[in-house]
Ligand binder design. Structure first.
Ligand SMILES: *Cc1c(COP(=O)(O)O)cnc(C)c1O
Length: 335
């Protein structure tokens, strides 16, 4: 199957599995795992942060990030279509007693500054306490501009809010714009990074921030069940991805652009966006069911649940892109 549902479907390479098998390990809840400690130190340095903390998932890394900033009854300002609001089971509210204040994302993924400003509440006992602004980069594959990030985080800071970035695909943004991870993390108080997406690790995310924030996060991580023991096996995979897979993301971006270009030529297909490793398309409603079945029958999996999305990743090669275009072309020439 050519699986374009998500970049989470990537599998560890043989070299990555060898690195995992060879990793020296210890009990990380006791702080004893040398591979985890080395990975966290390397990542913190790379992100220009004081400290980093390994997590089993990006959902947990985001949750703990939000809980490290917000107490019960505080609120975070977040995009309506952001992962931290929409796709994390309402965890911030359920587990953190943190009220989300969602605002509509603009088409480019940004939260308009005037909407952020209007959403920040006065210090009044009627209101939840506005504590945090949360952004996402990339969002639906789109890279937030550096100017926007500076303006939004400055606005938050001026109004006394902390800032968190869901950087599940921040490495895609770094590669696409030829910007260092450090530069992309610098405007934020905390950043969550994923290694199990396009970077190809089987498990693993991390939170970066100040030492004080990470100390608090370590306690919260234990509380939500994320304290792991011989986690060096996971850290070794993440470190291997950092060392060997980051630059490869540019191939995913090139292939996604080629896929979008090929699909755009087909009658009945409207490409609504292509950015970094993602292509979003729209078809007449009547095609959704039969097209989905056709694709599956011809060995192609795409996600059509929330939007029609094709995600390119390191387990997809040029021939796969050609095949997807050919299968789509065959469908639209017969229907
Ligand atoms: C995948 C993802 C996460 C974290 O997801 P997990 O599956 O919990 O690792 C967070 N934010 C975004 C934008 C994501 O795509």
């Amino acid at each position: 199957m050519i699986d374009l549902r998500s970049d989470t479907v990537t599998r560890p390479t043989t070299a990555m599995k060898e690195a995992m098998m060879a990793a020296p390990v210890g009990d990380d809840v006791w702080g004893d795992d040398p591979t985890v400690n080395a990975f966290q130190a390397t990542l913190a340095e790379l992100a220009g942060a004081e400290a980093a903390l390994l997590f089993p998932s990006g959902t947990q890394s985001n949750l703990v990030g939000l809980m490290a900033h917000c107490e019960r009854g505080d609120e975070y300002i977040v995009g309506q279509s952001a992962h931290t609001y929409r796709y994390e089971g309402g965890g911030a509210a359920v587990l953190g007693s943190i009220q989300p204040q969602p605002i509509e994302n603009a088409a480019d993924g940004t939260l308009p500054l005037e909407k952020i400003s209007a959403a920040i509440k006065a210090d009044d006992f009627h209101f939840a306490r506005s504590k945090l602004l949360t952004l996402e980069n990339t969002i639906a594959g789109k890279v937030l501009s550096a100017d926007y990030i500076i303006a939004a985080t400055n606005l938050a800071r001026e109004r006394g809010l902390a800032t968190h970035l869901d950087g599940a695909r921040l490495f895609n943004a770094a590669v696409a714009t030829n910007t260092s991870l450090k530069q992309l993390c610098e405007p934020f108080d905390s950043v969550s990074l994923c290694f199990s997406k396009g970077l190809g690790a089987p498990i693993g995310s991390a939170l970066v921030g100040s030492q004080a924030l990470i100390d608090k996060a370590r306690r919260l991580r234990k509380m939500v069940g994320g304290g792991m023991r011989q986690a060096g096996i996971i850290a070794a995979a993440c470190q291997h991805a950092l060392d060997h897979h980051v630059a490869d993301l540019s191939h995913d971006h090139r292939r996604a652009a080629r896929l979008a270009e090929g699909l755009a030529k087909l009658p009945g297909v409207e490409i609504t966006s292509q950015a970094t490793n993602m292509v979003f398309a729209r078809f007449p409603d009547a095609h959704i069911q039969p097209l989905s079945a056709w694709l599956k029958e011809h060995g192609v999996l795409i996600e059509m649940l929330y939007a029609t999305r094709f995600v390119v990743h390191r387990d997809i090669n040029d021939a796969d892109i050609d095949k997807v275009i050919a299968v789509m072309k065959a469908y639209f020439s017969q229907h």
